[in-house]
Design a protein around this ligand. Sequence first.
Ligand code: ADP
Ligand code: ADP
Length: 223
Amino acid sequence: MLSLRNLHKTYANGVHATRDISLEIPTGLFGLLGPNGAGKSSLMRTIATLQRPDSGSIHLDGIDVLAQPQVLRRQLGYLPQDFGVYPKVSALELLNHFAVLKGITARGERREMVEALLQQTNLWEARRRAVHTYSGGMRQRFGIAQALLGAPRLVIVDEPTAGLDPDERNRFLNLLARIGEQVVVILSTHIVADVTDLCARMAIIAAGRVVASGAPQDAIATL
Ligand code: ADP
Ligand code: ADP
């Protein structure tokens, strides 16, 4: 369970990106829906401890995230928007490398984890191809494989469906829903169908505020 209480974030330029956001986010796929500029990325960066809120609190399974950001970071898988400049090495090599960086140093354990993630994201057949030759959908799935290294308890995915074709989009959202069976997964999007299809719960944000939250059909009905 991720608990956000009264989060405020104003940037140095005076933009109020996050205004008094409070949400209880249980295990499952959680959709954060809002138009461009609503504050979705700002909220996700705040939860990911890339920036500090001006006030409010964040707890993950009882851990005070603002007091102990390093604890949260070990439990976090984060796929930022527009991620995807990769060196010319294969998916297998790159994932192995990221696993080492994450501190998964035991060879057997690392191999097992990397192979399992390539299977889970349906990239096993393409594991020896360089990631920069992947399609948009394959890159996003590789991004998820990377985010899942180290078995995080919280996964944050920022606008991942932009630029995916319908098949890739469905495949990707199904992957996120399966991951949500075990952990908290937060998906941001400006596309209503992304949240109505597979999200268990959602929030709608506009101009930095939560304007509705709950089950998708209930939240959408308030629009
Ligand atoms: P702080 O975290 O200290 O409040 P900011 O997050 O406000 O600092 O600033 C981070 C950087 O992003 C600054 O250089 C800021 O000028 C820049 N920036 C300003 N406007 C935007 C914007 N609309 N989108 C992204 N970055 C921006
Ligand atoms: P979304 O992800 O919903 O498109 P953002 O969180 O990127 O929304 O942006 C929310 C508001 O904050 C926008 O007005 C944007 O221009 C502004 N903003 C985003 N990042 C920064 C930054 N680093 N510094 C200043 N303003 C920012």
